[in-house]
Design a protein around this ligand. Structure first.
Ligand code: SF4
Ligand code: SF4
Length: 431
């Protein structure tokens, strides 16, 4: 197999296709610290793209309750187990040496799904990626074990187990919102024997050509995130298309000037946990230095948002701010070795980070650049860090301004939410 460079695992890896990158890449940050599990995003996607016959069990967007939930059931645990079987005891990171551009989280010394596939050949030789095909039962429940907490075992002293890292809580769970990650090295694309899956040059969106697909389901097997799905009525596979007509600025209600708009799931998010952009690639395939793009800032500049299971090797373009209360070992398995630093920063954000965090769901148009206007100091508070130490946070009423692709202002948000008092005489009793 050819070799490609994967910055998320800090090294070269084998991949079924030669390195080739689009100029722009669809990318997003989700913040599970704020997700309330309302499933509005799930229904926004379902009612737009997957409401037809044969798509009943198909949820391109889903929100699952971790640690027990998953759609399909146990998708991540199963694959982690398979990788461990191929490379026992060696699926580990070396985070001693780091470089912000080329290896920000250190190096993953274990095997990716592509490397493990070479080790485990089947009767027809090895597959493009190590994976499995879930059975029908596993697809049946989009949020099985909803809101079930872990860590509630009683100790000998009659106390709760206390397995979380924030002192206030005894049990934990969190909502993990998921869509296709429009990976840089997609497992679905690498596994397809028909070359029916491709990555668009203009925005890196990964699509399935329905006229080429023959429904072999190799993409379903090879996507480690299980975001390629089979439709029995058409006998083809389908997947999230990143609402590409909106990315193309085709919805004039949202984008009168034709600027790119966020996907339906991002736009509908009640908890304001989602922020999307397009990041520019440099000539070598990395991310071009663009610190005023909010996604670049959160992912590359501050590393406060981390990739989901980077060790799988697909270089996913979806990133998560790890939930603060969840045990660190669990988070590190899921998001890699950057977890401690991400949580430290998010627990007591500095002035710029706090301003950028206000851009989540500030407008339906995609924000390509932000600026901050400094405001007065309005508060000072004591923050308890996950370690139990206290820190003083100064709050300034800064204004963050977001600009669309054409550099038109589309968002203006202050740190302090403005409040208005209604004149009493006009609204004595409005009911
Ligand atoms: S998340 Fe899965 S379906 Fe989406 S691009 Fe990556 S490998 Fe393909
Ligand atoms: S709409 Fe937002 S808050 Fe609600 S479940 Fe989806 S991601 Fe979470």
């Amino acid at each position: 197999m050819p070799y490609v460079y994967n910055w998320q695992i800090g090294r070269e890896m084998s991949y079924p296709h030669e390195e080739s990158h689009p100029r722009w890449q669809f990318a997003f940050v989700f913040n599970p610290n704020r997700c309330i599990g309302c499933q509005t995003c799930t229904m926004a996607c379902k009612s737009t793209w997957t409401f037809s016959k044969g798509q009943e069990l198909m949820w391109w967007n889903n929100v699952e309750s971790k640690p027990y939930g998953g759609y399909p059931q146990h998708w991540d645990g199963k694959l982690l187990h398979m990788l461990e079987e191929v490379n026992p005891g060696r699926q580990v990171w070396d985070a001693r040496e780091k470089d912000r551009e080329t290896m920000p989280y250190g190096t993953f010394d274990g095997m990716t799904i592509f490397e493990a596939a070479e080790r485990r050949p089947g009767p027809d030789g090895h597959q493009g990626a190590l994976g499995y095909l879930p059975n029908d039962d596993e697809w049946r429940s989009p949020n099985i074990h909803e809101d079930i907490g872990a860590g509630s075992h009683f100790s000998k002293e009659g106390q709760y187990g206390g397995s979380v890292q924030l002192p206030e809580h005894k049990v934990w769970f969190f909502h993990l919102a998921r869509i296709c990650n429009h990976c840089t090295y997609p497992g679905c694309l690498g596994s397809c024997p028909r070359n029916a899956i491709y990555k668009r040059q203009e925005d890196g969106v990964v699509l399935t050509d329905q006229s080429r697909c023959r429904g072999y389901r190799k993409c379903v097997e090879g996507c480690p995130y299980k975001k390629a799905m089979y439709r029995p009525t058409t006998r083809t596979s389908e997947k999230c298309i990143a609402c590409f007509p909106r990315l193309e600025g085709k919805d004039k209600e949202i984008s009168p000037t034709g600027a790119p708009a966020e996907t339906r799931c991002m736009s509908a998010c009640v908890g304001k946990i989602r922020l999307q952009s397009l990041v520019e690639r440099d000539e070598k395939g990395g991310w071009a230095n663009d610190p005023t793009n909010p996604i670049y800032y959160l992912v590359r500049e501050r590393q406060v948002a981390l990739p989901l299971y980077p060790q799988f090797g697909t270089e996913p373009n979806g990133f998560y701010i790890p939930p603060r209360w969840v045990p660190r070992d669990y988070l590190m398995q899921m998001f890699g070795p950057g977890v401690d630093s991400a949580i430290e920063q998010y627990s007591c954000p500095d002035r710029e980070l706090l301003a950028v965090l206000q851009l989540f769901r500030a407008n339906q148009q995609i924000i390509f650049r932000y600026e901050i206007e400094q405001g007065e100091k309005v508060a000072e508070c004591e923050v308890t860090m996950p370690s139990g130490e206290t820190r003083t946070q100064e709050i300034f009423n800064d204004t963050v301004i977001g600009y669309n692709k054409f550099d038109e202002e589309v968002a203006r948000v202050t740190i302090e939410e403005p409040t208005f008092e209604r004149p009493a005489e006009a609204h004595v009793n409005s009911i």
